[in-house]
Design a protein around this ligand. Structure first.
Ligand SMILES: [Zn+2]
Length: 137
């Protein structure tokens, strides 16, 4: 079993999907303000904690993508997990950017930055709880 996040938000101006994860989020593609916000970070943390407890790693192994939020979460699992397994530790930001470049096509470049922002929030929370650590920031 895994904890999924069934959510997507579509920008009212440009039609691209993103996660308005904080108050007054702006569309990462066109800058148009979102008219709602969604508690993605705490939900993602909950899902990650669940995986650590059940599977022993951040990536649950099998992850069926059922929504846009699940898709974002999969990129995040992948980055956190592969960084965790890389020795010696490279610079986390550079590592994350490289993985995102490989996973997200050039025409959706704005999504790379969007996911990177969300990723940093999640890492901050996980570090606070002693569940993750990045070196060489
Ligand atoms: Zn937009």
């Amino acid at each position: 079993m895994t904890l999924h996040i069934g959510y997507e938000y579509i920008c009212k101006k440009c039609g691209y999907k993103f996660i308005p994860y904080k108050e007054k989020s702006l569309c990462p593609h066109c800058g148009f303000p979102a008219d709602e916000n969604f508690d993605f970070i705490p939900r993602a943390i909950k899902s990650i904690k669940f995986n650590i407890k059940e599977v022993g790693s951040i990536h649950p192994g099998v992850w069926l993508v059922g929504s846009f939020a699940d898709e974002i979460l999969e990129h995040i699992f992948e980055i956190l997990d592969s960084y965790d397994k890389t020795y010696p530790k490279p610079n986390f930001d550079e590592f994350a950017e490289l993985v995102l470049e490989q996973r997200i096509p050039e025409h959706e470049k704005f999504l790379r930055e969007h996911i990177f922002e969300i990723l940093k929030e999640i890492v901050k929370e996980l570090e606070k709880e002693g569940l993750y650590s990045i070196k060489g920031k």
